[in-house]
Design a protein around this ligand. Structure first.
Ligand code: 1PZ
Length: 214
């Protein structure tokens, strides 16, 4: 048999999960019922988010805290998906209860997970700017742009210190089982797929007059 086996790398698994999710956002061609505007299902969203966990295994011990934080937030949304069908549903309830920004609320955790997804997108974007750009510099720039403005001083300090422990570019490729070519393809695909999802989530808050400055 000469057909090469399809290699499923951690990155391609994540990428495909988000491409599937982004497909769900595209307008259905044969919509008959106009009111079919429920939007993204929470369980679909959560299962894509769960896949991100494999990335943390490549980062080393210093990011254990980020991993636990991210997983805790996703887990809360997984629990919520047993009661709420869609992302809109959790926002509507928190708006009603005035708990959108309350620590631990589903809407707050959704905002945090969204920031995590955006951070990954920004890291990939930075990583692909140059072949000799270190993961540390890529991640530092991305974090400064996407997450640092919303984190406390203590968290920012810990994250910047942790950056020095990140693997090198080559170590990361090795751990991800990617080549320079394959990593570029997969990172670009994630960047493309995640963008509409991130925008969709932002729109949910904006439509409800919630500013995104937190
Ligand atoms: C391959 C790329 C490697 C780059 C690594 C960059 C890692 C940046 C880590 C950011 C850590 C943030 C840690 C703590 C944040 C908390 O302040 C908030 C608290 O939220 P609250 O409870 O007050 O509502 N938690 C979060 O924002 C949860 C999500 C953070 C984790 C995102 C990580 C994304 C993935 C990194 C790449 C695998």
């Amino acid at each position: 048999c000469t057909t090469p086996a399809r290699v499923n790398t951690p990155l391609s698994v994540i990428t495909e999960a988000f491409e599937d999710l982004a497909d769900l956002l595209k307008p259905q061609r044969s919509v008959e019922i106009e009111e079919d505007e429920d939007g993204l299902r929470l369980d679909d969203f959560c299962s894509a988010c769960t896949h991100v966990s494999v990335l943390f295994n490549c980062l080393g011990f210093a990011f254990k805290f980020a991993e636990m934080e991210y997983i805790a937030k996703v887990k809360d949304l997984v629990e919520a998906s047993k009661t709420f069908d869609t992302l809109q549903n959790i926002l509507d309830l928190d708006v009603e209860k005035e708990t959108v920004k309350t620590p631990g609320s589903h809407s707050r955790n959704l905002r945090r997970v969204r920031q995590g997804l955006d951070l990954i997108r920004a890291i990939f974007e930075q990583f692909l700017i140059a072949d000799d750009y270190s993961l540390k510099d890529a991640a530092t720039t991305a974090y400064t742009e996407v997450c640092a403005p919303f984190h406390t001083w203590a968290v920012r300090t810990a994250v910047y210190a942790g950056m020095y422990t990140l693997p090198t570019r080559d170590q990361l490729l090795l751990r991800l089982n990617e080549t320079d070519q394959s990593v570029e393809k997969n990172m670009r695909r994630y960047m493309e797929a995640s963008r509409p999802i991130i925008e969709y989530i932002d729109k949910l808050y904006i439509e409800r007059n919630i500013k995104l400055d937190w």
